[in-house]
Design a binder for this molecule. Structure first.
Ligand code: SAH
Ligand code: SF4
Ligand code: F3S
Length: 470
């Protein structure tokens, strides 16, 4: 049964854009260009949200700066996934004391996942008087209205309602011209026991396929070449809709859009990565042969306590199926070290799984306790030092495998998409292979946004180096 999902009425978004026009009159009406700074922490979902915030700010007449002393409005878009992310945010928000003193009238807003936790919103209210506006992910669609309240009423505004919805029609200001994020769904239903995301982002809500496809079409028409479909668990796309389109079907629809571009996606949850998905990836010529499939641990005991709904055998079986369809598939993963009560034996199981799969890249994290999650109350006899040792061991393994895999590319010719400049002389351009591997090369910057063939001549743990051929 499809769940009830609230959709923000198009008129409500239109009303927000009218507020933007009103703010424009006030702050930019006489030809001056006010400046804003948007500082983003966390994952691609947050990057995508920041593009909406910038979209609204653009409509209000703001230009953008990276210099907090120049900014009339500062928006800090926060992450709550690990304690370290939150500490960095709080430190940086605290430091804005100086800029606000130097620039009276500056408005400081803090939004995103961190503030959706009550204790954090409370902390900002009590201990950070320089913060004028706090709004959670569910309130983003009405950012203009909230900002306007701060401007007109000269009071602090806190908006962290829990009501979840899908909003279409928010203006977007994308950063680059080659790669684009495309959110296809919001929220997460998985409740992995360590993770804060479902609490701050709410339940899974899919955008309608026609809205996603229309946006993809517009991106291709605008010249974007690398489109990443975003969701915390893209494999469950469409389950909350009643239109019979699943994630694999969505890829097929986007693949049918005429043009030379790449389709990427993240993140896939191993619990429901299907053979249909791998088959679709193999058959759709625009779909990149890369999957980010976070395994988190190689130990069945730990996976169970993490509430991941798969075991080591099922994960390995999925990898085997995926490689059967795409022998050149690039596989990357996330791993948590030091989950409560993770024993030496559990950790060894993770190491052996990594040796077995040979991931192209691994993102490794030391477990961080998140208030309100089930794992936060699990007993844990191990010290930080013990976890750090394991973490270092795993990083060494990840680097070794990555380096070895990169060496296998040497001498091969690959098609890459040139996506930017490196700022270095010898290898001045950066590019990505179909599988997402970074390739540095030398060439004219007019190649940015173009596909070229590159012969790989050298490599290290982090990147490949090559020469343009043909
Ligand atoms: N939805 C994605 C992941 C989002 S969070 C997925 O399920 O794959 C990105 C990564 O952060 C996770 O894969 C996990 O490895 C890590 N992570 C999440 N919560 C964490 C915590 N409390 N401590 C350490 N790492 C965590
Ligand atoms: Fe967090 Fe698990 Fe959801 Fe990923 S799938 S966002 S790790 S709860
Ligand atoms: Fe962080 Fe929120 Fe993403 S907690 S990882 S920014 S969904």
């Amino acid at each position: 049964m499809p769940i009830e999902r609230k959709v923000i009425a198009p008129e409500a978004i239109e009303a927000q854009r009218e507020i933007c026009a009103k703010i424009f009159e006030r702050v930019a009406g006489d030809g001056q260009r006010p400046l804003a700074m948007v500082d983003t922490y966390g994952c691609q979902q947050n990057e995508a949200d920041s593009e909406k915030i910038r979209g609204y700010l653009s409509e209000m007449g703001y230009g953008f700066t990276q210099d907090e002393f120049q900014a009339d409005v500062i928006v800090v878009n926060t992450c709550a996934v690990r304690e370290h992310a939150e500490m960095r945010v709080l430190g940086n928000v605290g430091a804005l004391n100086h800029t606000k003193k130097a620039r009276p009238g500056q408005i400081i807003a803090v939004c995103g996942c961190m503030v959706q936790q009550e204790h954090m919103a409370e902390k900002l209210k009590r201990s950070y008087p320089i913060v004028d506006l706090v709004f959670g992910p569910h309130e983003l669609w009405r950012f203009p209205e909230l900002l306007n309240q701060v401007m007109e009423k000269h009071k602090r505004v806190f908006a962290t309602a829990k009501e979840e919805a899908v909003a279409e029609g928010i203006p977007l200001r994308r950063d680059g011209q080659v790669k684009a994020w495309l959110s296809i769904m919001y929220g997460c239903n998985n409740f992995c026991t360590y993770c804060i995301v479902p609490y701050v982002r709410g339940r899974e809500r899919s955008r309608r396929p026609e809205d996603v496809v229309a946006e993809a079409r517009a991106l291709v028409a605008a010249g974007y070449k690398d489109i990443t479909l975003l969701g915390q668990n893209v494999n469950s796309y469409g389950k909350d809709l009643d239109c019979g389109v699943d994630f694999a079907d969505l890829i097929r629809e986007i693949n049918a859009i005429p043009g030379d571009f790449l389709i990427r996606f993240m993140t896939s949850h191993p619990r429901d990565a299907t053979e249909k998905l791998f088959k679709t990836m193999a058959e759709c010529e625009k779909c990149a042969h890369h999957i980010h499939l976070p395994v988190q641990s190689g130990s069945d005991r730990v996976l169970k306590r993490m509430n991941r709904h798969y075991d080591r055998a099922k994960y390995l079986e999925e990898i085997e199926t995926a490689r059967r369809y795409m022998p050149d598939l690039v596989i990357t993963t996330d791993i948590i070290v030091g989950f409560p009560d993770e024993t030496e034996e559990d950790f060894q199981a993770t190491l052996s799984l990594c040796e077995e799969v040979r991931f192209d890249a691994m993102f490794t994290f030391i477990y961080s306790k998140r208030v309100g999650t089930p794992a936060a109350t699990m007993p844990d006899p191990y010290t930080r030092q013990e976890k750090q040792l394991h973490f270092d061991q795993l990083t060494d393994l990840a680097n070794r495998i990555s380096g070895e895999k990169h060496r296998e590319y040497e001498g091969k010719t690959l098609r890459v998409l040139v996506d930017g400049e490196t700022g270095r002389e010898e290898y001045n351009l950066s590019s990505r292979t179909n599988g997402g591997r970074l390739v540095h090369l030398k060439g004219d910057k007019s190649l940015i946004g173009r596909f070229v063939n590159v012969k790989i001549t050298a490599s290290n743990t982090w990147a490949l180096y090559g020469e343009i051929v043909g």
